[in-house]
Design a protein around this ligand. Structure first.
Ligand code: ADP
Ligand code: TPW
Ligand code: MG
Length: 576
């Protein structure tokens, strides 16, 4: 063949896409097959990549997004055109909102027909629709541009503030043939896809000067700090400075929650009291009450509006988004924290003992109060008693990954279950979105090989529940615990009109979610008591078999909207 140019080796769009992804170290694809990408899924597998095939694209998209968060490489979601693309789009938008790097690759219909709106199979101008919902969007029309297209998608997803990227690949592209050597030469191995961004020395000095002046400093760790994988330096910053710290939900475990400087159990004390707050990869959005109001002191508090802020963020426009930032530090967290450590020198003065002991005192009081509640074992189980079991199981298995969604099922788990290692807690994130559960659980197991524990509200689980089949099919070590209270927030609501329809907030009573898992060959267990729950979880972790535990929770134990009741329009109106 080599001496005959007529039959010189050829490659095609399919193989160039695969080769470009492999060249850039991508090995897992989360997707759902169909026209025009069915052959691509087969070929990806034939070429040695792991293809995880889902039952709905939103779950594949969520899997890709969280794979991106866990690894720092873009997670790839592959879908068909129009409806498949749209099903993946929610996950892409959610990834962008959460700063997770992800690439949604969707096959699309013929441009000539789409643009004249002549009614092609699954016709849709996908590129235009994706654009406002992601960080960047690209389309590749020619096989020789596949290398550039994938390189641009990777760079856009992981450089600067990470986010979602859309890559549109029209059906015709896949079959396009080209000379194999030229094809190979057209591919790009992206060099330094997420370049470090070194903070300016004067910005470091400004921050350290402010921190030195603090009497009641506080460090706030966000999921950007977890994503940055600068774990050792972040721990050193906390310990060397001696400053109490507060982890946001997905930053839990960056330092073990049992760390003596953790102020988690004294959150409502430290936020209004602190005078200088160091934000490390955390935005002052709704989750932090926008940096103002009652949470931060507010009117009447002796420290009202008294906080000054140092904010470490890779996005130069994040500072001042909600309140004035006195010392912005723009750069990657690894570089910024390293520069702060260097600037602190060897004889940094720890915060006044008056402050740290006040925090510890408040914290110990709350921890003791919580211990009392956790020790109770009522029948039926409530959130505290059941999550006390989960707390023990996670403590005994600190490498397990905890996926968590729901309202009460989320809020109680976050406050009761301690985390011990970085990036082990994956949850609803910035939007508080339901539906991430099974996609996150699948990717967590695939990417880490570690056991996964998914604590799911019964409503939350419903959004992605069909993926229990996927979990069984790939035989993943996932243990799902449904906190089954028969409904959204509570299961005891009634239709106030007395009509025959149930309240909008309740589900079928006594539903057997455990049987759903059994339907696909997994282990399904109903747990009515904490002893049953404990036994089932221990067995699931030990056996690594797909397991679903239907944990029966008191219908009346939850509160509306969990901890964010105040955001309901009726309560918000009442406050005014
Ligand atoms: P949380 O919800 O935990 O408070 P957010 O998602 O609000 O966290 O904030 C994460 C922040 O981290 C974003 O503003 C993002 O720009 C920033 N970020 C992400 N990765 C890095 C990084 N490697 N270096 C610096 N900042 C980062
Ligand atoms: C995509 C609104 C927030 S929490 C929740 C819903 C529907 C479910 C709460 O019930 P669950 O938990 O899971 O049973 P529990 O323990 O309190 O009973 N659609 C989307 N996202 C959100 N956030 C909603 C709806 C919501
Ligand atoms: Mg519920």
């Amino acid at each position: 063949m080599t001496n005959d140019t007529q039959t010189a080796e050829q490659t095609d769009g399919f193989h160039l896409v695969i080769d470009a992804l492999k060249l850039n170290g991508i090995s897992n694809i989360y997707g759902l097959p169909g026209i025009p990408i069915t052959d691509l899924t087969r070929m990806l597998q034939a070429e040695g990549m792991r293809v995880i095939s889902f039952r709905h694209e939103q779950n594949a998209g969520n899997a890709a997004a969280i794979a991106g968060f866990m690894t720092g490489k873009p997670g790839i979601c592959l879908t068909v055109s129009a409806p498949g693309f749209l099903n993946g789009l929610t996950a892409l938008a959610n990834a962008t909102t959460n700063c997770f790097p992800m690439i949604l690759i969707s096959g699309s219909s013929e441009r000539e027909i789409v643009d004249l709106q002549q009614g092609d199979y699954e016709e849709m101008d996908q590129l235009a629709i994706a654009k406002p919902l992601c960080k960047a969007a690209f389309r590749v029309l020619n096989a020789e541009d596949i290398g550039v297209g994938i390189a641009r998608a990777i760079r856009s997803a992981v450089s600067g503030r990470p986010g979602g990227v859309y890559l549109d690949l029209p059906a015709k592209l896949f079959g396009q043939a080209m000379d194999a050597a030229a094809g190979k030469a057209s591919l790009i191995k992206v060099v330094d896809p997420a370049p470090r961004q070194i903070p300016a020395p004067d910005a470091i000095k400004r921050a350290l000067d402010l921190l030195k002046s603090a009497k009641k400093p506080l460090i706030l760790l966000g999921k950007g700090a977890a994503y940055a994988q600068a774990d050792a330096d972040i721990r050193l910053l906390v310990e060397k400075s001696g400053i109490p710290y507060l982890p946001m939900s997905m930053a839990k475990g960056l330092l073990p929650d049992t760390h003596e400087q953790s102020a988690s159990a004294a959150r409502s004390f430290v936020l209004p009291e602190a005078d200088v707050v160091v934000l490390v990869g955390a935005r002052l959005n709704w989750l932090l009450s926008h940096g103002k109001g009652k949470t931060w002191g507010g009117k009447g508090h002796k420290n009202a509006g008294g906080q000054k802020f140092i904010q470490i963020d890779i996005s130069p426009t994040e500072a001042d988004s909600n309140v004035a930032i006195d010392a912005p530090l723009v750069g990657d967290i690894g570089s910024c924290v390293a520069a702060l450590l260097a600037g602190m020198g060897s004889n940094w003065a720890k915060p006044p003992a008056e402050w740290t002991s006040a925090v510890t005192e408040r914290k110990n009081k709350n921890v003791a109060k919580m211990a009392e509640t956790l020790a109770k074992d009522p029948s039926p189980m409530n959130y505290h008693s059941s999550l006390n079991v989960v707390r023990d199981i996670v403590k005994a298995n600190p490498d397990a990954i905890l996926v968590n969604e729901g309202a009460n099922a989320l809020d109680f788990t976050r406050s009761i279950v301690d985390m011990y290692k970085p990036r082990k807690r994956l949850d609803v994130g910035t939007w508080g979105v339901m539906g991430i559960g099974m996609g996150f659980a699948v990717a967590a197991a695939v990417e880490s090989g570690q056991p996964v524990i998914a604590i799911e509200g019964d409503s939350a689980f419903g959004f992605s529940g069909m993926e229990v089949e996927t979990i069984c099919r790939y035989n993943l070590p996932v243990c799902i615990v449904i906190m089954n209270n028969n409904g959204v927030y509570r299961g005891d609501e009634v239709n106030v009109t007395g009509g025959k329809d149930p309240s909008p907030l309740v589900f079928v009573k006594g539903a057997r979610y455990d049987m759903l898992m059994q339907a696909f060959g997994g282990v399904g267990v109903q747990a009515n008591t904490t002893a049953e729950l404990r036994k089932a979880m221990e067995e699931a972790i030990k056996s690594r078999r797909p397991t679903l535990i239907n944990a029966i929770i008191d219908e009346g134990a939850g509160t509306e909207s969990g901890r964010i009741t105040s955001l309901n329009p009726t309560s918000a109106a009442k406050k005014k």
